[in-house]
Design a protein around this ligand. Sequence first.
Ligand code: IDC
Length: 441
Amino acid sequence: MSGRNIGRKPVNALKKSAVLVLIFLFILTGCNSARESGGIEESENAAASVTVRDTEKDSVKKTTESEQATEGTQSETETPHQETSPETTEPVTTTGEARPETEMTTGQTEPSVPHTDPPVQQTEPPAEPPVQDQPQMNGTPFGSHGRLSVSGTRLTDQYGAGYTLRGISTHGLSWFPEYVNYDMFKQMRDEWNVNVVRLAMYTAEYNGYCTGDMYNREKLKKLIDDGVNYANQLGIYVIIDWHILSDGNPNMYKNESIEFFREISAKYAEYGNVIYEICNEPNGGTGWGEIKSYAQDVINVIRSNDSSGIVIVGTPTWSQDADIAADDRLNGENIMYAMHFYADTHRDHIRDKLVNAINKGLPVIVSEFGICDASGNGGINYDEASKWMSLLNQYSVSYVLWNLSNKSETSAMIQSWCVKSAGFSYEELSESGKWFVNLNK
Ligand code: IDC
């Protein structure tokens, strides 16, 4: 039994080993099958992944197509802007329509930007460059209107639009220098709506430029320099007035005049707000021919420094004969001809001369006037003053009131008892002063 048992044991052992080997093999095969099975899953995942990417691609494709479709739509909707904007004169509305589309499109995709930009650029009107807006924001007369020119009978601003100067003349600078100060100029601009100040420098009277000593002359030049600088800082125009009066013929001090205007035109040419008045009021029988030859020489000197600044030329008979000058004009550009009046003395006859001169095409400026009589004193004639102002407004003629001082005379703007040099209240103005301030409100 043990033999048989012994004999059977190896057989059983073999059987067991075989079974074990089979199991081992089975396990090995099973693992491979399991691995293969996992591989299929991976490939399925990969396939799924490919499917997802394809879907994404499709989706990207679809998005692009829809964008292209949208662009096409935009191009169509923008076309009217492109076509209409150059014609439209309402750039704000057109730009306002185009801008939201641009913002939406640029927010979505970049490629649409080139499609939307051109219409926006085209909606900005070429007729209104930014340079026009900036000075307007500045707000001062000179800041807004720049260098003036003469066009036909009118003064025009740097954009070619008609422009009218409304201002005040100082009295003689030697006698009333105190009003040449920043605050005074500022009050004239801000409270009295003045856009030009005239600096009256007598030439022949007591302490005139040509009759006073060198110290006086330097003082006058300094006052002019101060006045020009205040005007420049405040953005208003300034007339430098070679105020001939008792020296009725401007040729009397022609050499002095030429040297003076050579100097100041070189000094102020760049400012752009400086106007040269080269002979206040020729008189004493001085004819236009004499004035004209004087003026041509002085203008040539000014032009050697300042090619375009406005020059005002006085006319015969205390600057009342602009109509005579109209028949025989000076050569050159940017020349205005002076007409002066004092309302209680100079009435219809002088108004007719003004209209005649303008009808002959002459550019006329009232660089000095008063509403009293020609002495600068006497009563105010409101009716005649009103007739004059209507006429000046009708023809857009610029005007400058005589005078900024507290001298005891009707034409002075300040009450004689008031010794301030700026910051005047309404009550501190004379009747002439009140009239002007109300006129210019
Ligand atoms: C006047 C002044 C006066 C002065 C006189 C003489 O108002 O105070 O005494 O000059 O120098 C003008 C002149 C202007 C005159 C003004 C009034 O351009 O100098 O001023 N006037 O007479 N032309 C007509 C009138």
